[in-house]
Design a protein around this ligand. Structure first.
Ligand SMILES: [Ca+2]
Length: 318
């Protein structure tokens, strides 16, 4: 309940009525409700607020650095999909300090604990305990000023998020367009953990459509039988099919887990396929156009790449 908003309602009117009826708390709640209702139905001067999911970004009051409008009530939710926390720093605050304010809440809505109510600039920084901060900006019906500007960034990344703990798999022969005579089999790879596909350094994804036989440097190319998830879906499980003879899913390989990552790419928890020659495909017709904004702290170690490359070369001889 948005109690304690004495500055936002007509205090004199509330006080008079309350004294007359002797029901102070009840009438304060009543007027607070009316006040909220007015703003939520007709009091807004313009749309503001948003749900922010980028790794870093900027928040500012409406029309900043020009004066904000009267009767503004804006709510920004800064939300990371991983287990990262949100760090928010105010760089400029200029409000009508008696009557307008910013509130920072530690969670996904204003119902969560209030970290601070800001009315003037004091070089303030906040950090969420979870993965979300909510910022409310309120202005009353008269007197406006410049407003505020703040920057946020996600802090992490966590050690258990596969979006930042994957092994790079950059084999030109995995491309869906590759149809040369060299045949590979992914049973020879010691699969462990999560992988991100590249072709010549370009981030790509698995094909989620049937791929022609003998492509992807193998006999029966492995493709994802199902749509790729969205970032909000988290980790999902998808079937994997191998195209052989006249059947796009002649080989039903073990399902794998897939995750869409905030940087616009996917990671896959590859596992050993059932037989040879099957290999995971990289769809060069669908490059990931987005970029990674955060360098993974555990990007495939040299040892991992080295051991894998050795395995791959050994298999090429086979
Ligand atoms: Ca004001």
């Amino acid at each position: 309940m948005p109690l304690g908003r004495g500055q936002q309602v007509n205090n004199l009117l509330v006080l008079n009525i309350c004294l007359h009826n002797g029901e102070l708390s009840i009438y304060m709640i009543f007027f607070d409700f009316i006040d909220n209702w007015l703003y939520s139905t007709e009091g807004f001067s313009e749309l503001c607020g948003d749900n922010m999911t980028a790794w870093t970004g900027e928040l500012f009051s409406p029309r900043y650095p020009n004066n904000y409008p009267n009767n503004a009530r804006c709510t920004w939710t800064i939300h990371s999909t991983g287990n990262t926390t949100v760090s928010l720093t105010f760089n400029d605050v200029d409000l009508e300090s008696c009557c307008d304010y910013i509130r920072v809440h530690d969670g996904p809505s204003t119902l969560y604990p209030l970290l601070e109510e800001i009315r003037d600039y004091r070089n303030q920084s906040f950090k969420s305990t979870g993965n979300t901060l909510t910022v409310l900006f309120y202005s009353d019906s008269s007197v406006t000023r410049r407003g505020f500007q703040a920057n946020w960034t996600f802090v992490g990344p966590p050690s258990d998020d596969p979006c930042y703990r994957y092994t790079v798999l950059d084999d030109a022969w995995r491309a869906t367009t590759y149809n040369e005579s060299i045949i590979n089999c992914d049973t020879a790879v010691k699969w462990f953990g999560w992988y991100r596909l590249f072709i010549y350094g370009q981030s790509v994804q698995m094909p989620d459509r049937c791929v022609d036989k003998y492509r992807c440097g193998t006999h029966a190319p492995l493709w994802l039988n199902g749509q790729h998830p969205k970032v909000g879906d988290g980790v999902v499980t998808r079937e994997v099919c191998g195209h052989w003879l006249s059947d796009c899913c002649y080989y039903r390989s073990a399902p794998i887990r897939v995750k869409a990552c905030p940087g616009g790419y996917y990671v896959y928890e590859f596992v050993e396929p059932p037989t040879c020659n099957l290999a995971y495909c990289a769809d060069v017709e669908k490059p990931n156009t987005s970029y990674t904004t955060v360098t993974p702290d555990t990007l495939s170690s040299a040892n991992t790449i080295g051991s894998w490359t050795t395995t791959g070369k050994q298999h090429l001889i086979l």
